[in-house]
Design a protein around this ligand. Sequence first.
Ligand SMILES: Cc1cc2nc3c(=O)[nH]c(=O)nc-3n(C[C@H](O)[C@H](O)[C@H](O)COP(=O)(O)OP(=O)(O)OC[C@H]3O[C@@H](n4cnc5c(N)ncnc54)[C@H](O)[C@@H]3O)c2cc1C
Length: 482
Amino acid sequence: MNVVIVGAGIMGITFATLAKEIAPDLNITIIERLSGPAKSNSSVFNNAGTGHEANCELNYTPVDEEEIEIEQALHIHAQFNIAKQFWAYLVKKGIIKDAASFIHPTKHCTLVHSDSIDQLKLRFEEMTRHHFFEHMHYSEDHDEIKSWIPFTMENRPKSEKMAATMIETGTDVNFQALTEGMAEHLAQQDGIDIHYNTHVERVHKSPVGRWLIETNQDGKKERFKADALFVAAGGGAFPLLKLSHQPIRTRFAGFPVGGRFLLAPISEEDANQYSAKTYGKAKVGAPPMSVPHLDLRAANGKHYLLFGPFATFMPILEKGRGFMEYLLSMRLHDIPNFLNVAREHFPLMKYLISETFIGKEKMLKDLENFAPGLSKKFDWQISPAGQRVQIIKDGDLQMGTEIIVSDDKSYGTLLGASPGASVSPEVMLRLIEQLLPSILEEASAQEKLREIFPMHNLKKLEKDAKLYRAIRDDINKALKIS
Ligand SMILES: Cc1cc2nc3c(=O)[nH]c(=O)nc-3n(C[C@H](O)[C@H](O)[C@H](O)COP(=O)(O)OP(=O)(O)OC[C@H]3O[C@@H](n4cnc5c(N)ncnc54)[C@H](O)[C@@H]3O)c2cc1C
C-alpha cells in the first residue's frame, strides 16, 4: 500500500513513524514545502513546549458557580500518558538516542490572585482525588510558593494574597528536536521517501479512486499517487481540503490566530533556580490559548524564559505564508460561516484585534504584573510564534482539534490546533485505526502495538489506578522525568 503524507511537522512525522513500526512493509512518501522537518508550528519557539497533561491549565477545568468539571483534564492527561508511552518506546529502542534531547522535567504550576483562590482550591481538591493528579501540591504560603517559582514571587509583597498548585513531574518538550529525531530515523528506512522544498498545490481523486497529489518544487511539477492520503499540513490543510472536492469541504473553514512571545536567554544557574512553567488566568474575553504563562525552555543546550502568548489576528494559513493564500483558500460558501462567527464572537474579534497592536512596552508591563521585577532582570525580545488556524465548523468556532476521515477511508486530515503536539501519538494512533485499519489486522501488528503502548485505552488508564501508576513510573523512568 502506498501512503502519502503532506507535511513534516510533528503530526505527519509521528504518523509515519508509528505506522512504519506497526507495518514495516508500508511504503510512505512524505512531502514538505519547507527545507526540513518541524520548521513550522512544531519548531521549538513557535510553540510553548508545554507537555500538556492538564497539570496547570485552568481552561481545562471550567468552573460554573461552585461546580468544577474535570473530564476534559482527565482526557488530556490520559492522552499525554499515551504520548509518553510512545516516546519511551522510541528511547528504549534507540530510535531517539537520548530522552534529554527533547524532554525535560519542569514543574507545572498554577498561580492565582486572591479573587481566584477559592476556584484553585476547589480544583486542587477535586483533582487530587484522582490518581492522575495525586502528586499535586497546594499552597497559600508566600515562602512556599516562592520556593517553587521564585521569579514570580520574589518581588511581591508578602501581604499580597496568592495561591498556587505545583506538580514536580511536569515537562518541557522540544517538539522540534523530537520530530527531527524521528525524521532522521525514518530517512534510514526502506520504503520511506521524503521530499523537502516541495509544495503540494492540489490533491484530487483519479477516476480509478487513487489520490493524485500535484506538487511544485521550484517550478518543477510532479504528480504522486496514493492509496491513502494524510494531509498533516497545519493551517495549510484547509486549502487542500477545499480543493479536494469532497462534499465535507463546505462544512469547514479556518479562523487564524497568531501569537507572539517575550523570550530571554538565561544562565544555567537561573534555570536551576526557576525550573517551572507557571500558568495564570486568562484575561476576560481572551481565547483559552491566551492563558498567560512563564516558562523555562531548553533548546540546543541553552536555557530561556518564555512569557506569553500575546494573540494576534493575522489572516494567514501559516507563519511565513502570505495573506493572499489565505484569501484564495476561502470559498463563497464560507462567507455565511465567517459572518456568523464575527457576530457570535464579537468580543473575541475585538480582543484579537486590540492585542495585535500592543507593543513591547505593554508586553513587558503584563510580564511585570505576572512576575514583578522580571522585565528588567533579563534581556527580553519579541519572538513571533506559530499560527493556529482554529476550526469553523457549520458556522461554529471551535478551539479543539478534529480528525476528518473521508467515507471511503482513503483521505485523512487534521484540523485545529489544541492541545496539539503533546497528544500527537494518541491522535495519530486513532487516525491509523481509521485510515489504515488493514495494517492493524496482522497478529504481528497487534503484538507491536502492545509493545509500544502497554495501555492505549484512555478509559482504562482513567479507571485503573494500579495499572496507570505502573505505566507512569516505568515511562517516566525511561524519559528521565522522575
Ligand atoms: C503559539 C503556540 C503555542 C503552542 N504551544 C503548545 C504547547 O505548549 N504544547 C503543545 O503541545 N502544543 C502547542 N502548540 C500547538 C503545536 O505547535 C501544534 O499542535 C503542532 O506543532 C502541530 O503540528 P503539525 O504537524 O500539525 O503542524 P506543523 O508543525 O505546522 O506542520 C505542518 C507542516 O505542513 C507543511 N505544509 C503546509 N502546507 C503544505 C503544502 N501545501 N505542501 C507541503 N507541505 C505543507 C508545513 O510547512 C509544515 O511543516 C502551540 C501552538 C502555537 C501556535
